[in-house]
Design a binder for this molecule. Structure first.
Ligand SMILES: [Cu+2]
Length: 165
């Protein structure tokens, strides 16, 4: 009986071991699999080429627009009830843009000024002050990337944030 038990155990152990070894095999096949990283590098090399081809095509299409329109970006902002309709604006860095400013307050002067860092920072640019109801399309020079504040110089409580990036 003991012998049979031993034999049975041996068979079981053999089965378990073979199962383990067979299980290990896939592990080893997977280990070499990492080399597929070369495939990843291949994909990476493909990406750069795609980006390179994409960048040139984008640049040409962008440059023609710049000479013609001067400002491709037009931000719209409205003052009503001595308040701006927006508290957040965004503009591209290093490119002149425009602000189409509408003053809906009859007889009340407003404008748009851009300040460094925040609405209380130094003014880096400001548009003409005019009374409503009227509108102006301001030409804003290129600004370096960063956070700016905008305000109405007539009403310091009229403020917002301009993100240039
Ligand atoms: Cu104002």
């Amino acid at each position: 009986m003991r012998t049979r038990h031993a034999a049975a155990l041996t068979v079981i152990l053999a089965t378990v071991l073979s199962a383990c070894s067979s299980g290990a095999q896939p592990g080893w096949t997977f280990a070499p699999t990492p080399p597929p990283s070369p495939a990843a590098s291949g994909a990476a090399s493909a990406a750069p080429s795609a980006g390179a081809s994409g960048a040139p095509s984008a640049a040409p299409s962008g440059s023609p627009a710049a000479p013609g329109g001067a400002a491709a970006t037009v931000l719209e902002l409205t003052a009503s009830g001595v308040a701006f309709d927006k508290t957040d604006l965004a503009a591209p860095a290093g490119v002149a843009f425009q602000i189409k400013f509408t003053n809906n307050d009859a007889g009340i002067p407003h404008n748009v000024a851009i300040h460094k860092d925040s609405p209380t920072g130094a003014i880096v640019w400001q548009g003409e002050i005019f009374s409503g109801t009227d509108s102006r399309t301001y030409d804003v020079p290129a600004l370096p990337a960063g956070t700016y504040g905008f305000s109405c110089v007539v009403h310091p409580n009229m403020t917002g944030t301009l993100t240039v990036k």
